[in-house]
Design a protein around this ligand. Sequence first.
Ligand SMILES: Nc1ncnc2c1ncn2[C@@H]1O[C@H](COP(=O)(O)OP(=O)(O)OP(=O)(O)O)[C@@H](O)[C@H]1O
Ligand SMILES: *[C@@H]1O[C@H](CO)[C@@H](O)[C@H](O)[C@H]1NC(C)=O
Ligand SMILES: [Mg+2]
Length: 325
Amino acid sequence: MQPKKQHVLLLIWLFLCSSTAVDLELVAGVTIILSSNIFFYFRELPTPFRLNSPGLQTDLDNKMFGQHIASSIIFKAVNGFMSNTNSNKPLVLSLHGWTGTGKNVMSRLIAESIYTNGMKSRFVHLFTATLHFPHRHMIDTYKSQLQQWVRGNVTNCELSMFIFDEMDKMHPGLIDSIKPYLDYHDNLDGVSYGKSIFIFLSNAGGDIITNTALEFRKAGKYREEITLKDLEETLSLSVFNNQNGGFFHTGLIDKNLVDFFVPFLPLEYEHVVQCAMAEMRARNLEPNHDVANMVARDMVYSPKPEKLFSSTGCKTVQHKLNFYR
Ligand SMILES: Nc1ncnc2c1ncn2[C@@H]1O[C@H](COP(=O)(O)OP(=O)(O)OP(=O)(O)O)[C@@H](O)[C@H]1O
Ligand SMILES: *[C@@H]1O[C@H](CO)[C@@H](O)[C@H](O)[C@H]1NC(C)=O
Ligand SMILES: [Mg+2]
């Protein structure tokens, strides 16, 4: 533990991320500036990230099921990045896996470990390909828009987080517009991106991850024996060469700007049970194993003939639960 370092970080963030709030509230008079500013510190201060953060680790242990590789990479990556005071490259994570395996949950847990308001923080920006960048013919507009947003927001707060969801539906080429920001620089036009976090989410590579998980099972090995090494290289290659994805031949991968490719394993029956139990707890219902088993039995499992992995992960658990209560 290095309390001094934490203090320095806290001061840096106070300084970096509070200036805009003051600007916005200038009109409202001095007293309001003072009071709202104090309020602001409590409301929206990025919580000082404790080194070896028990917060993130506990969340990963209790809320993230069946993802031993992803949990361990994410903890090391985020913890390491947050305790480095002079990083000159943002942290770039690319999360891959089948639908419903926990990619959005993971980005939420990361956000909650850093910002008091988690995903609702003003410093967390979520872009969804089909929502924010739907039309192919507008790609040039999107490119400059995206650059402006990223630059503008990092100017306001160096410790900003950008999440790009549905990367596989993103038009190839668009993401390259932010490439310069992801590289090593002390600063770029006076803005330094070294404290920001970029997270990409996609289903690309899901089949490769599933095949690897299946091979391990067939060889009689445990799921927990799968390591990042078994997946990382094939994963980045397949993503790079997938013509339908936002990563197609992107400079992000070419230039090694993605720090970690994080595989999300397909979820099995027991994980669906865990999801259902967690969901009941979240709804303040008495967790009931029989109900959880009914939900899990109701899911579709693939691939044939083994039928080991839930086709939708834990995604439909919430709705199915309504059925059995
Ligand atoms: N590994 C997991 N641990 C705990 N809960 C999970 C996990 N995977 C999925 N869930 C549950 O299922 C829901 C859907 O998961 P999530 O949105 O994270 O999936 P995703 O990987 O982003 O899928 P998609 O690729 O379809 O966007 C979550 O709200 C959560 O309740
Ligand atoms: C920050 O990003 C949001 C999108 O999340 C955008 O609407 C806003 O204009 C950006 N702010 C600046 C100052 O560029
Ligand atoms: Mg998702």
